[in-house]
Ligand binder design. Sequence first.
Ligand code: AMP
Ligand code: MG
Length: 408
Amino acid sequence: MKSVDDARAEILAAFAPIGVERVPLLAGLGRFLSADVLAQSDAPPFDNSAMDGYALRGAQTTGAAREAPIALRVRGESRAGGPVPAALSPASAVRIFTGAAMPADADAVVLQEDTTRDGDLVLVREAVRPGANVRKQGSDLRAGELALAKHTRLSPGELGLLASQDLASVAVYRRPRVAILSTGDELRDIGELARPGSIVNSNAYALAAQVLEAGAEPWVLPPCRDQLEEAQAAIRAGLLADVLVICGGVSVGEYDVVRDALVAAGVSLSFWKIRMKPGKPVAFARAGAVPVLGLPGNPVSAWVTFELFVRPGLRKMLGDPRPERPRLWVQLSQSIKRTPGRTEFARARLHVDGHGSVLAEPLARQGSGSLPSVVCVDALLVLPAESETLAAGARVEAILLGAYPSHA
Ligand code: AMP
Ligand code: MG
């Protein structure tokens, strides 16, 4: 049986970006640049004032002090969006506002607060050095310089930068389309007539949401029954996607037809068991460039194994340079009873104590079929295969699932 780490390494190696596309700027939010972006023009585009005040030559203010001001004549003004002001004439200053173009020959701005206005004179009460309070053309970026590197994640700040460079669209990695195929004679959809022994195909919804949350596009296929030919046909359809995720039917029972159906569809399996809990039966195969994952049907096992084996792969496809969730060492708030043998992923909530330590509270219910055990979960605690019962206060590694704590 594969160890979790070996399985993860082998599975992740099968995922790579599937292509690039150009999208309107806002549609790039949360996606990753597929190419370097060079500055189209200087930023700022022209010398401008960082403050409201008076534009002048710094040298004219040498020796100015609160009690010994230097008087300059105010000739004209420059406001943001206004016409370019005339060049400074000797012993004069130009009234200027934040973002307004600097007059030629002026090299500094004295703050309004450091002056007193007296008719068409301004009394400068503070010496300013050349360059003070001026944003020089190209001081942030020069045309042709690297503005954003390939693989940068586009957050609101990056989108603002691209917009400031007059760019209406952006080249990003394509979002993979992920086929989700549920298997099982017992499955029905929400609202469908309940038959004896039937259950709602909840995994299709949870997995589709996980795909969406990862930034990819879910394609939910009609569920198929535990029947070889039907599963084989459904698998062929699913292989038209960029990734195929199958859930249920990968175990060892007589009605677990997925492995045989994959083989019949010409897909050869690399492995189908991982030494982990929950979620021992996880099948992995590559059909050409399409990674195929068979996840266990138990809802919690499906959720956890998607999180561990599919999500990082999808993030790689999306161009994320750090496709894995962040990890953190945390302290157990209570003991965990366990039998050594398989790496266990325990659902936990996190709390920050008065000293800033992060405490992990494992949920009481850890059953692989118990959906309430995935409610308000902040982290998966990685309990090493060989570890025995862990005492309260023990330090364990936690995979952070999002912002935490997610609840009060
Ligand atoms: P299996 O992996 O097919 O042996 O299924 C294991 C358990 O998970 C069984 O109790 C199934 O009824 C349940 N299960 C399988 N598929 C789903 C699904 N799509 N949604 C909810 N539960 C499921
Ligand atoms: Mg089944």
